[in-house]
Every structure is written in structure tokens, then in C-alpha cells.
Design a binder for this molecule. Structure first.
Ligand SMILES: *Cc1c(COP(=O)(O)O)cnc(C)c1O
Length: 374
């Protein structure tokens, strides 16, 4: 049985006629940069998430960077985030000369822990060297962070909330879609994400029109209205027209794919819950299942059993960000964020995509159960 971690081939075959039709349209109109597909996609995504404005951009990383630029984040600013995420979340903070302030995670959801955040903000204020400006919660593996608990902390200290929804696009949080849970949100269309392009891409979500206009300007070298009038430092961070066409085609099956991801995850949990720690999805949340990650003392044994059976796995994330050498200057040590460190030593992710069959899921589960029982 050929099992892939993420299967883009089967998805391509399902969508081939629609993708070819959309590509032919782009070849016919020839507007490869900022073509009409960009606006069509931005409108469709805004409806899907129920926000006023969407700004397509070149990657999930740019989708995180651009709002920080619009907030004029810079040296002396503290931005609070989780150490248990992809490097991009903290990289964009450092890129602007600001300081990432890491906060330990919740032991159940692995998302930023609100109580630890509140203490961390107080510590930064007491130290007096950095100015708290914002929070970047990450909706890890597809489960939105605890926004109801984060919001009062943000309000009390006048911090912006930038939702990193790179993994959670399509998820629900108490009746609201991921992408609408902060002051502004970023998502990624990297091919392996729940809603992926066939290359890089991203989008930013906000209900604030002035903020959206600033993001639109940052996307194109800080232009304002006419082309050679530059009013701020920006980027070339446009979403590619062909990638927008791909995402539009995939939007047609996205809800169906989310349902199937849900079914795959439910079958995994049903089969595995007595043998390993399966993902915890809090009440009122529907995950987009970017990853199905399990926690076990026997991680290495299970992974080698799966590898010998030709079943791919991955570790998200083996080195927490506070222990990455790029952030050595922040002076962190092993033991600073014990929950994050413990989870990163025991967690790993199983194949998960909408085209995984029940027989494949059962085979993977049989191997895991056998490996745990040895
Ligand atoms: C993928 C990812 C990003 C970055 O997205 P790119 O499109 O690869 O730049 C940022 N944050 C998280 C949590 C991600 O998983």
C-alpha cells in the first residue's frame, strides 16, 4: 500500500478539469501579476471567513510580516508568541528588529497558554526595557488558540492580536472561522496546508479598512494610489495569479475535504486512544486537521516500525524556537518552557490528507498498536 504524508496527486486528478479551465483563462487574459483571479479569490475568502477584507500575498511568512510592518513594529517592541511553532512565526518579529518573547504552551492543546502569557507581559513591564506591543497566537495543527482567554489580556495591555492561521484555515472556534479570531490573521497556501496552492502563497484577513489599505500598499513597495508615489517601505509580496487560480479551484472541494479530514482524524482517534495520547480538541472547536499529532513515550520505536512498513511520519517540532541557535542571543536554556520541551520530545505526526482510505488508516493504526505493545 502506497501511503503518502500529504497526497497532492489524487487531489490534482480530482480537480484537473477545473484547474486546466482556470489556467487557460489566465493564459488567455495574460495578467500574470495581480490578475482578476486575485480579487476573485480575496472576495471568496472574505465570504468564507466572514471578514470585511482579505489581502492575498506571496506566502504565509509575508502574511505574518506585513501586519507587523503595518503596526510599525520595530526595535524595543516585545511581541509575545509560542515557542512551539514553525520558525516563520518568530522570524518575522526578529526581522523587524523587535524581540520575540516566548510563552509556554497549554499541555492539552499545545497552543500558547493564556495564564503564562499574562505573567510574561507583567515580567516585561516590570523589567522596563521592552514595550509590549502584540501577541501572535498560533492555531497549532488546526486547533485555534484560546482567544476568549487571550482577548482580555490583550485589551488590558493594549496589545494587538495577530492570529497565525497558517495551519487552521477552515477550522471553527465557537461559531467563528479561523482567520477572524484576532485583530488581523495570516494564513498560508503552502501546498501541504489544509488549503494549499501549487507553490507559495498566503492571505491576510481583517475587518479594519484602513489597516487593509496599508497592507495593500505594503504588498507593492509601499505604493499609494498611483504607481510611482511611494509613501512607506514595503515589499514585493504579491500573490501570483496562477496560484490564486489554483486556490480558487481548490475552494470548490475545500469544505468536502475538511469533512474528510475530520473523518480520518476521528478514525485514528477511535483506534489509537487506548495506546497513545491522541489530539485534544476543546469543546466548541472544529479542527482543520493540518496535522494529526500523537504523543508517546515510545515515539522513536513507533516511528521506526512505521518507517519499516513504508509509512511516512514527521516531527512538528523537534527543536522549540527558544532553543534554536538563531535565537541564542535571547539567552534561553533548557527548562525555560518545560511543557513545550516535554511535548517536543514525545510528539510526532501521522499521514493525514483527504484521500487516505479506511484500509490505510487501519494499517497505520495496527502498526502503531503493535509497536506500543512490544
Ligand atoms: C507554514 C507556516 C507558516 C509559514 O507559511 P509559508 O507559506 O511557508 O511562508 C507560518 N506559521 C505557521 C504556524 C506555519 O505552519
Amino acid at each position: 500500500m502506497d501511503i503518502s504524508f500529504v497526497d497532492l496527486n489524487q487531489q490534482f486528478r480530482r480537480l484537473e478539469p477545473e484547474l486546466r479551465r482556470r489556467f487557460d483563462n489566465v493564459f488567455a487574459h495574460g495578467q500574470y501579476v495581480m490578475g482578476p483571479e486575485i480579487m476573485e479569490l480575496e472576495r471568496e475568502l472574505a465570504d468564507f471567513v466572514s471578514v470585511r477584507r482579505v489581502i492575498g500575498c506571496a506566502s504565509g511568512t509575508d502574511a505574518l510580516l506585513m501586519p507587523l510592518m503595518a503596526y510599525e513594529v520595530g526595535p524595543g517592541d516585545a511581541i509575545f508568541t509560542t515557542p512551539f511553532t514553525f520558525i516563520a512565526t518568530a522570524e518575522v518579529i526578529a526581522l523587524l528588529g523587535a524581540t520575540p518573547v516566548f510563552v509556554d504552551i497549554d499541555p492539552q492543546t499545545f497552543n500558547i497558554d493564556p495564564a503564562s502569557l499574562a505573567r510574561s507581559v507583567e515580567r516585561v513591564l516590570a523589567a522596563g526595557t521592552l514595550r509590549p506591543r502584540g501577541i501572535i497566537p498560533v492555531d497549532l495543527f488546526g486547533v485555534p488558540a484560546d482567544y476568549d482567554a487571550l482577548k482580555p489580556i490583550a485589551d488590558q495591555h493594549q496589545l494587538f492580536v495577530l492570529e497565525d492561521a497558517a495551519q487552521s484555515f477552515g477550522a471553527w472556534y465557537h461559531g467563528r472561522r479561523a482567520g477572524s479570531l484576532g485583530d488581523v490573521a495570516a494564513t498560508s497556501f503552502f501546498p501541504a496546508k489544509p488549503l494549499g496552492a501549487f507553490g507559495d502563497g498566503g492571505a491576510i484577513f481583517t475587518n479594519d479598512d484602513d489597516f487593509a489599505d496599508a497592507l495593500g500598499s505594503i504588498r507593492v513597495h509601499g505604493q499609494s494610489g498611483d504607481r510611482y508615489n511611494n509613501v512607506r517601505i514595503g515589499l514585493n509580496a504579491r500573490l501570483d495569479t496562477l496560484q490564486a487560480a489554483v486556490v480558487l479551484a481548490k475552494m470548490k472541494v475545500f469544505e468536502d475535504e475538511l469533512d474528510t479530514r475530520q473523518r480520518v482524524a476521528a478514525r485514528y482517534s477511535e483506534r489509537l486512544r487506548d495506546n497513545v495520547r491522541v489530539p485534544h480538541v476543546p469543546e466548541g472547536i472544529v479542527s482543520s486537521w493540518a496535522q494529526y499529532s500523537i504523543v508517546s513515550e515510545h515515539r522513536d520505536d513507533i516511528r521506526s516500525a512505521l518507517t519499516s512498513a513504508g509509512i511516512p511520519t514527521a516531527i512538528y517540532y523537534p527543536i522549540p524556537l527558544h532553543l534554536q541557535s538563531v535565537f541564542a542571543h535571547l539567552g534561553h536554556r533548557v527548562g525555560d518552557f518545560p511543557i513545550c520541551e516535554e511535548i517536543s520530545a514525545k510528539i510526532f505526526s501521522l499521514p493525514l490528507h483527504p484521500y487516505l482510505s479506511d484500509a490505510q488508516i487501519d494499517l497505520i493504526c495496527d502498526r502503531i498498536i503493535a509497536a506500543v505493545r512490544v
